[in-house]
Design a protein around this ligand. Sequence first.
Ligand SMILES: Nc1ncnc2c1ncn2[C@@H]1O[C@H](COP(=O)(O)OP(=O)(O)OP(=O)(O)O)[C@@H](O)[C@H]1O
Ligand SMILES: [Mg+2]
Length: 347
Amino acid sequence: MDIRIENLTKTYGNLNAVDHMNLCIKDGELVGLLGPSGCGKSTTLFMLSGLTTPTEGKIYFGDKDVTSIPPEDREIGLVFQNYALYPHMTVEDNITFPLINRGMKKAQAREEAFEIAKVVKIDEYMKRRPSELSGGQQQRVAIARALVKKPQVLLLDEPLSNLDAKLRVATREEIRRIQQEVKITTIFVTHDQEEAMSISDRIAVMKTGVLQQYEVPQTMYLNPANSFVANFLGMPEINNIEIDVKDGVITANGIVLRKGVSLADGHYKAGIRPESFFVDDNGAILEVNNIRMTGRDLLIFTKLGNTNVRVLVHSYMQVAVGDKFGVSVRDGHILVFDDNEMLIGRF
Ligand SMILES: Nc1ncnc2c1ncn2[C@@H]1O[C@H](COP(=O)(O)OP(=O)(O)OP(=O)(O)O)[C@@H](O)[C@H]1O
Ligand SMILES: [Mg+2]
């Protein structure tokens, strides 16, 4: 089911929780809705579900305007952060509940519950109660309960926040697998940029109710529309530095970073990701101020002139605090922003 959001707005008092949002989601896509706390992610999802009425704008499921259709008639499956399984019911009863509620015969409801339980791999736990399952298993029951009605759209609001780091990664992979198997159009709300990038076909990044960029993850990471998106994506975070351009040479605090660029002379804000540096004896010579071992990488804290920067290198590099090493920036990895913090080029 295609979804089209037009000028969608929700106003609380004088706050635009969601501000004239436009978005098209293709049938079968998983879209990650990403942004900091309070940016309007849940409000967007609640409007899609019908639980919140928009102040302005329209929502289309396929060609049908669903803006004023009540939640129960929208054919959606919803999963929230605290997935609220019925604790006194078995897994099976939790999953069949929406079907029986709809008037389906028990035998058939059971059959359908079992089918979906196999997809989410909880079919061997049907007789257990939620308290006898791990967090990840409970989450899969919640997803099964949302999917059993064969909804056209699956809406997930921070469905993994209750899980520990490892289980979170495993469960997000499961969600992606299930979503692709069932081929259901899905919107997945999260404030975790890595989670969004890793399982989404496209990501929508929001800030204070306003959609900042809507793109496939890799393209967005390499071409962030503005400084906010550049800073929101990526861990460790991008380095924000100030640069000067004169006669095609980019310098930061007098240190040459690039020659031969076609960019008007002037002072700019720029972003360089920690992994965009590479060790180069002919590059800028920096001093190691601090080192963090992250596993795959070493994160080196250093200074470019008087600006603090973080540089990622392979963890096999032998360095100590006080050492000096040369670095250059990969081609196209100096992101330059204008006065409004919009990306104007990569050099
Ligand atoms: N019922 C309401 N009445 C008044 N303000 C509200 C209401 N619901 C949400 N808001 C405000 O709207 C803004 C967006 O809230 P929303 O819940 O959509 O954010 P969110 O992106 O989901 O944040 P989080 O990541 O913390 O869940 C916030 O400033 C919030 O305080
Ligand atoms: Mg929320």
